[in-house]
Ligand binder design. Structure first.
Ligand code: C2E
Ligand code: FE
Length: 370
């Protein structure tokens, strides 16, 4: 019966470690939970967990329990040295039943003299065939030769190793994702710069409208997770102009009806260019719909009102504001006041009135740019 009870408490202890693995990315917290279980189940006075750094080949103590002064935390031991260092190298558990009364190291001195530990045992933490660290336990008496404490300790060391392995995998994945995200971003910015090379007047336009669009969408309540798509879509909003000839794109005067037909194709060109690129599909709304108008008179689809994606409604306001306040081959820049008045005038016809209101609240009292 007591054996059964012990097995049950053992199992619930393992379960607690599992929960901690799933909910905690902070390794020192999870290893602390493991050490609590070691103290509760193995009948020892103190426990330590050290992690092996595969680059420096040293063990460093990341969590301790039962050591009054956190003397061990942060200290390191070279692989192969001391009991713990040897255990990491040989993967064999070691038990020292009589710690020397005159230890050679200051650390050993502290553990024996201040803490009164007389025995020590260490087991390797191994996952997927790799040594990830060492679990150590201290007692103020000798270890009980008759009980199966060592087996329990090894089980807990296995759990700890799984925790370490999954935390390291997660960090690795996160780093990879971050690097990939940065590479995507660099690529998109390169395309935006390519368009700027064609159309010198729009230089800086992509960068400015992107910052404004992200700020406006945030103010409109767009969730953080979607802002990355807003950012990408905004940077690429006019990428379809790559398909418009210089004669039209750079024309210093008003466009003819035929030239307008061609110019109005730029959102469609953007879709053709970007739709096959999977990670950009959620970013298509702005390139595709930034010239739709609230009253349905825009292009390419003549969408009306809330049928136009919010990101595109927001972007239209930002795009026109920035276009008007900068020189174009076909006209000189307007003043900020004139541009803001134009937005207000067009609220309800060209623009979503609620979006204009939010934009004016954001930009209306911002200091004059340039
Ligand atoms: P863009 O120059 O980036 O202008 C973006 C949008 O800002 C325009 O979309 C329009 O809604 C607004 N906008 C820009 N300038 C003015 C302006 O002087 N007055 C008013 N009321 N709104 C302005 P839109 O009209 O669909 O034009 C799309 C693109 O077509 C423009 O992008 C530009 O590249 C080109 N474009 C428009 N008008 C002309 C023009 O008269 N001559 C030439 N060469 N290109 C033009
Ligand atoms: Fe455009």
């Amino acid at each position: 019966n007591t054996t059964l009870q012990r097995k049950l408490s053992h199992l619930s202890g393992l379960r607690e470690i599992d929960v901690s693995i799933a909910s905690n990315l902070d390794l020192s917290v999870t290893l602390g939970v493991v050490l609590d279980q070691v103290l509760a189940q193995v009948g020892v006075d103190a426990a330590t967990a050290s992690l092996l750094d595969p680059h420096t080949l040293t063990l460093s103590f990341t969590a301790t329990r039962g050591v009054t002064k956190a003397a061990l935390l942060g200290t390191t031991v070279p692989l192969g040295q001391g009991v713990a260092g040897r255990v990491a190298l040989t993967r064999q558990p070691e038990i020292v039943n009589e710690l020397p009364t005159n230890p050679s190291s200051a650390l050993g001195q502290a553990l024996v003299n201040q803490e009164g530990f007389t025995s020590f045992a260490a087991v390797p933490m191994v996952a997927k065939g790799k040594v990830l660290g060492v679990l150590g336990v201290f007692r103020r008496q000798s270890f009980d030769a008759s009980s199966d404490w060592l087996e329990t300790l090894q089980t807990l060391a296995g759990q700890a190793a799984i925790a370490i392995d999954s935390a390291q995998l997660f960090l690795e994945l996160q780093r990879t994702n971050l690097e990939l995200g940065l590479a995507y971003q660099d690529t998109i910015e390169g395309w935006a710069r390519a368009l700027d090379l064609r159309d010198k007047e729009t230089e800086g336009h992509s960068r400015r409208v992107t910052e404004m669009a992200v700020g406006l969408c945030r103010a409109l309540g767009v969730r953080d997770a979607e802002l990355v798509h807003i950012r990408r879509g905004a940077l690429l909003h006019d990428i379809g102009k790559m398909g418009i000839s210089d004669a039209i794109l750079l024309k210093p005067g008003p466009l003819t009806a035929a030239e307008w037909v061609e110019m109005r194709r730029h959102p469609g060109y953007a879709v053709e260019l970007l739709a096959p690129i999977k990670f950009l599909r959620p970013a298509l709304e702005i390139p595709q719909h930034h010239h739709e108008k609230w009253d349905g008179s825009g292009y390419p689809q003549g969408l009306r009102g809330a049928a136009i994606p919010l990101a595109a409604r927001a972007f239209a306001v930002v795009d026109v504001y920035d276009a008007l306040t900068n020189d174009r081959p076909y006209r000189a820049a307007w003043t900020r006041e004139r541009a803001l008045a134009h937005l207000q005038e067009q609220a309800g016809s060209h623009f979503d009135p609620a979006v204009v209101q939010t934009f004016l609240a954001l930009e209306g009292d911002a200091p004059t740019a340039s």
